[in-house]
Design a protein around this ligand. Structure first.
Ligand code: SF4
Length: 190
């Protein structure tokens, strides 16, 4: 398999940062039942419109919009895209988080948002204006600056994951052992 022919769902980029093994198992289709947070009810479009408009963001709003970066080989559905004609803004909905948490415990969400940024730019052929995380609990909007460093890190992570997929070789386990306690794959993860 050529590295350039491998395409990865963006949700697995997030998993790879959380634990590389989980992403690897999911890529090769070991099924996992939905978790409570996955089943958590999403905002209605009206709620989102209120939050986004309340933040002063104008433009046409699309939800669950399919985006793809052919150059990087990643694809997915971004929760919210706002297109003002010249530029696009994006937002990803999370159950709850904070700016401090995104840079530590939830770094995987930051990398996921960066991957969506890259894929949205390529899909819309427009530069990204602003990027946000919207929390379901509390209805907070956290604006994130997608820096060149975040982009570089994300690209490196995608390239690294692709090499493990190509070799069909399990990547290292997460060093954060507490993540294994409730992991669906702990019985097969040796
Ligand atoms: S058991 Fe731990 S190392 Fe293995 S996949 Fe789950 S979280 Fe990762």
């Amino acid at each position: 398999m050529e590295l350039s022919s491998i395409e990865i769902p963006i949700v697995l980029i997030k998993e790879y940062v959380y634990c590389p093994r989980i992403a690897f198992y999911k890529y090769f289709m070991y099924w996992e039942p939905p978790t409570e947070s996955m089943k958590f009810a999403r905002y209605s479009k009206i709620d989102i419109l209120k939050i986004v408009r309340g933040y002063g963001i104008d433009g046409d709003i699309y939800m669950e919009y399919p985006v793809k970066s052919r150059s990087l080989g990643i694809y997915g559905k971004i929760d919210i895209v706002i297109d003002n004609g010249k530029r696009v803004s994006i937002a990803e909905i999370k159950l709850e988080t904070s700016r401090a948490r995104l840079w530590r415990k939830s770094y995987h969400h930051l990398i996921q948002l960066t991957a969506y940024t890259i894929a949205t730019e390529e899909t819309f052929h427009k530069p990204i204006d602003r990027t946000f995380i919207v929390t379901q609990i509390g209805g907070e909007i956290i604006e994130i600056n997608i820096s060149p460093n975040l982009r570089r890190t994300t690209i490196n992570i995608v390239e690294e994951f692709k090499k493990y997929i190509q070799q069909q070789k399990p990547p290292p386990k997460t060093p954060m052992k507490t993540r294994c306690n409730h992991c669906f794959y702990r019985k097969i993860c040796v």
